[in-house]
Design a protein around this ligand. Structure first.
Ligand SMILES: [Zn+2]
Length: 391
């Protein structure tokens, strides 16, 4: 199957100007100023008509099985639905468990990731959950990362959070060392993905590990670091020291006013390397909604479309398009060790891409060479979604 996209304003994510792009099977095989399709070819030609073509989004923090459950079984959030992922422009997800590793297990998460792959996007997972002892598939983080194709690291391990298992420094060190060595053996990122809570210590335990052990700072990726200015200040110091940080989509917030836009402004002022920052949705995790007095009103579910909404908001706030794209494509792909095929438009990359209209609305989504969204509508549904045909 061949697909030719013509007249695209190409962002790799860095701007590349007017280009044509040819897809064969699941791979980008040519990018050039002009690619002519011989009439004899059986080829799907898409005229981008001056629209923008960019890499599909890589969301490195998605509760594929749902999350929550901290308020009793009624507060368990639902599994993600395939076409919601593609409709949001996301072509690669990395799944995690959360607080509840009693009723949700890494084996189930792996199965869900395999389902999403079978349905047509790309999926990876972290082994483990919030808690120690870490929930694993083989009995060891090291073996999970080394031997199971879809496992790229461990997480999200909760740190400085009342819902954590109050991990000791030794426990965190051991988990990081296991992920690192497993990653070396299996040629994976071996990432240690840390859920940062609002607790007293903030990133202190991670700073201590980096200072007192030989585990490199780049092994860790703390997320939700924009949940408070106090934590974010630590995160900026962490990034300036050579660490990577992940921000969670949050809309507007008490601490940051314009939300992520203000957080990013602060990161730029602090001289943080943009390449060290990624943005993720926390999709299908539970999202407590508080009233102005701080009392819990209800629990909502984070939606994966929030990543695209935040992308639009940041561009509207004046951040350059290529820079905002990097936060949701190239940078997260690098973090999870997939940048040789994901997060960028180059020959040899997987054909995961978006066609955006001049107003940046999603027109077309292609995942692994297959059109998933056309004219803004998901044309491929998950196996048990309405209107789908199960073959
Ligand atoms: Zn989390």
């Amino acid at each position: 199957m061949l697909t030719l996209i013509q007249n695209a304003d190409l962002y790799r994510p860095e701007p590349a100007g007017k280009k044509d792009l040819l897809i064969a099977g699941q791979t980008i095989v040519n990018i050039d100023d002009r690619i002519e399709a011989p009439a004899a070819w059986d080829i799907d030609v898409i005229d981008a008509a001056g629209g923008i073509v960019c890499p599909g989004f890589v969301d490195l923090h998605v509760h594929l099985l749902g999350g929550g459950g901290e308020g009793g079984f009624a507060t368990r959030t639902p599994e993600i639905v395939f076409s919601r992922i593609t409709a949001a422009g996301v072509t690669t997800v990395v799944g995690c468990l959360g607080t509840d590793d009693v009723s949700r297990r890494p084996e189930t998460l792996l199965a869900k990731a395999r389902q999403l792959e079978a349905e047509g996007i790309s999926a990876r997972i972290y082994t483990g959950s919030y808690q120690f002892p870490l929930a694993t598939i083989t009995g060891s983080v090291r073996k999970d990362v080394a031997l199971i194709d879809m496992v790229i690291g461990v997480g999200e391990i909760a740190v400085s959070d009342h819902r954590s298992s109050a991990p000791t420094l030794d426990e965190l060190c051991r988990a990081a060392a296991e992920a690192r060595v497993g990653g070396m053996i299996g040629k994976k990122a071996g990432l240690v993905h840390l859920h940062m809570g609002n607790g007293k210590g903030g990133l202190d335990p991670v700073f201590r590990i980096v200072e007192e052990t030989d585990i490199p700072i780049g092994q860790f990726l703390p997320t939700h670091v924009n949940r408070s200015t106090r934590l974010f200040d630590q995160a900026l110091a962490f990034a300036r020291a050579g660490g990577n940080i992940d921000l969670t989509v949050m809309g507007e917030s008490l601490d940051f006013g314009r939300g992520t836009a203000d957080a990013l402004d602060r990161a730029l002022s602090a001289g943080v390397d943009w390449g060290r920052i990624s943005l993720s949705s926390d999709s299908n995790g539970s999202m407590p909604i508080f009233d102005e007095k701080g009392s819990l009103v209800r629990l909502a579910v984070a939606d994966i479309s929030s990543l695209y909404d935040e992308f639009r908001r940041l561009v509207d706030c004046g951040f350059p398009l290529a820079d905002v794209l990097a936060l949701v494509t190239e940078n997260p792909a690098r973090r999870v060790g997939l940048a040789d095929r994901k997060g960028g438009l180059f020959v040899g990359a997987d054909a995961d891409l978006l066609l955006l209209d001049p107003e940046l609305a999603i027109d077309t989504v292609i995942a692994r060479g297959r059109v998933m969204v056309r004219d803004g509508t998901a044309v491929v549904k998950g196996t048990f979604e309405e209107d789908s045909v199960c073959s």
